[in-house]
Design a protein around this ligand. Structure first.
Ligand code: GDP
Ligand code: FE
Ligand code: FE
Ligand code: FE
Length: 196
């Protein structure tokens, strides 16, 4: 466990208190679960476990932020106006990082980028981004059908795990007639080859 996070100049205790003030208990538990899974994956796949810890702890910090705040951040930082056609599911990562910059003074671009794309993935992902994306899907609190298989794949190959998760996500969204964020398709196209 890490006692201090220089990227945000906070002790673990103070960081956890700040996160706990932003999210309900079940989500806080999820973030601890993602941290644990991300550290394990980082150790296995030679990614910095400290950054994996921080990214896991912070990744859903903005999940309970209201829509008005996100819309204001999109304007304030001149972000792609297409973002306004989406919702919290997409904003809490892609726009959330701007609130994390403000609230924590977080400037570590690798951690920010991993959090930015933790929901949708990307055609190019750093080791840390892959670790967070997969950890979010397989952490010990997840119970959806298919999570056992996803954990097994994650234990075998990190790129296959990204591909497996993205394939299942696209299936899930299409079955429910939901719109699919273009970057999700880009991630799918870039990684699906690892499954064949
Ligand atoms: P969580 O924050 O731990 O619940 O997990 P994620 O950040 O990975 O996903 C948040 C939500 O966004 C989930 O309900 C996903 O199904 C949904 N989601 C992910 N990708 C897309 C997408 O391309 N389109 C839409 N509409 N929803 C998505
Ligand atoms: Fe999320
Ligand atoms: Fe996810
Ligand atoms: Fe999450």
């Amino acid at each position: 466990m890490f006692d201090f996070y220089p990227e945000v100049n906070l002790s673990r205790e103070d960081l956890l208190a700040k996160i706990a003030s932003m999210v309900k208990k079940s989500r806080f538990e999820h973030m601890l679960g993602v941290e644990k899974a991300a550290i394990a994956l980082a150790q296995k796949y030679e990614v910095d476990p400290h950054k994996a810890s921080l990214a896991g702890l912070l990744h859903d910090y903005c999940k309970e932020v209201d829509d008005e705040t996100f819309l204001a951040l999109i304007d304030k930082y001149g972000l792609d106006s297409d973002l306004k056609n989406w919702d919290n599911n997409i904003w809490h990562g892609k726009v959330g990082i701007y609130k994390m910059r403000e609230d924590f003074g977080l400037e570590d671009e690798e951690v920010l980028r991993a959090i930015e794309i933790h929901t949708v993935g990307d055609k190019e992902m750093s080791g840390l981004a892959k670790v967070l994306y997969v950890a979010d899907y397989i952490e010990e609190g997840r119970t959806f059908p298919g999570v056992i298989e996803a954990r097994a794949v994650a234990n075998q190959d990190l790129n296959q795990a990204v591909a497996f998760e993205t394939m299942r996500l696209v299936e899930y969204l299409a079955e429910r007639r939901l719109t699919i964020y273009p970057q999700t398709f880009e991630a799918y196209n870039a990684f699906i080859g690892y499954l064949s």
